[in-house]
Design a binder for this molecule. Structure first.
Ligand code: SF4
Ligand code: SF4
Length: 273
């Protein structure tokens, strides 16, 4: 018996929405008896693409995160022993389309907010990992099959040689603080960056190969500006204070303090003689 899980590699996702469309194609207006009632065409996103924009013009980055049910080991959505939501032996968490009728309370149990209320059916609904297809011999859900970039990696977590097991080693839960034992994890979840451009004030030229240091309480990073005078520090945690120092031989050193409450473009920094 496999134990299913998925890794979402955010660095490979280009936001094409193929996975989203495949999910709609598989589940909208079609009942999967014993697994799920039809997904409505609108208002439900069993697989949702979240667009995340970071930085300020012209230093802006756009990421896309495919968000679905995490098929948790300790699912917050399972209510005590009534069978309305249950976990299969292969790890898939299913909302029973019969027993969960009228149970609007289940929607708010999931802190990831991936359960949706179907007003017409009076039913809470969410991703099933396409369990009806896996039970029929498919190796992966429709969303994974549809992804052209390999951003969705699915398989047996108990097989150490599976691609998903290997990817899990460098993946993390989106919200580890929820303590749900998520079986869907992420690689490359976007963090903050600090970027800017350095210019020699006397010549108005891009300042190439200038040393830029970012010093925080626990760590110090140093980079050199590129041919356009640009620099960047990636993967910075939230709400940390850093001192940015820009120095080049023959020029006055520039310093400023930044706080990573979001990604920051420091703009043009002019070095004076
Ligand atoms: S992500 Fe939410 S809906 Fe999915 S198993 Fe975990 S608690 Fe339940
Ligand atoms: S199909 Fe793959 S690349 Fe396209 S949005 Fe979904 S996860 Fe991203």
């Amino acid at each position: 018996m496999p134990r299913y899980g998925m890794v979402v590699d955010v660095t490979k996702c280009d936001g094409c929405y193929n996975c989203f469309i495949a999910c709609k194609d598989e589940h909208c207006n079609q009942e999967k008896k014993g697994y799920a009632a039809p997904q409505p065409m609108t208002g439900q996103f069993w697989l949702k693409i979240i667009g995340k924009e970071r930085g300020q013009y012209p230093k802006v980055k756009q990421d896309y995160i495919a968000l679905t049910c995490m098929h948790c080991e300790n699912p917050a959505c399972i209510t005590a022993g009534d069978g309305a939501v249950y976990k299969r032996d292969d790890g898939i968490v299913i909302i029973d389309p019969e027993k969960a009728k009228g149970r609007k309370d289940i929607v708010s149990k999931c802190p990831y907010r991936v359960i949706y209320w179907n007003e017409e059916e009076q039913l809470p609904q969410k991703c099933t990992f396409c369990a009806h297809l896996l039970d029929a011999g498919w190796k992966e859900p429709r969303c994974v099959e549809a992804c052209p970039t390999g951003a969705l990696i699915f398989g047996d977590l108990d097989d150490p040689e599976s691609a998903v097991s290997k990817a899990m080693k460098s993946a993390q839960a989106m919200h580890p603080e929820y303590n749900l034992g998520e079986n869907v994890k992420f690689i490359g979840l976007p963090k903050n960056f600090v970027a800017g451009s350095v210019v020699f004030a006397d010549t108005d030229e891009c300042a190439k190969d200038v040393t830029v240091t970012l010093a925080g309480e626990d760590d110090t990073k140093t980079v050199k500006t590129d041919g356009f005078g640009d620099f960047e520090f990636e993967d910075l945690p939230d709400n940390k204070t850093y001192k940015v120092t820009v120095s080049a031989p023959g020029y006055k050193t520039q310093e400023c303090e930044v706080k990573t409450y979001k990604s920051l473009n420091l703009g043009d920094i002019f070095l004076e003689k």
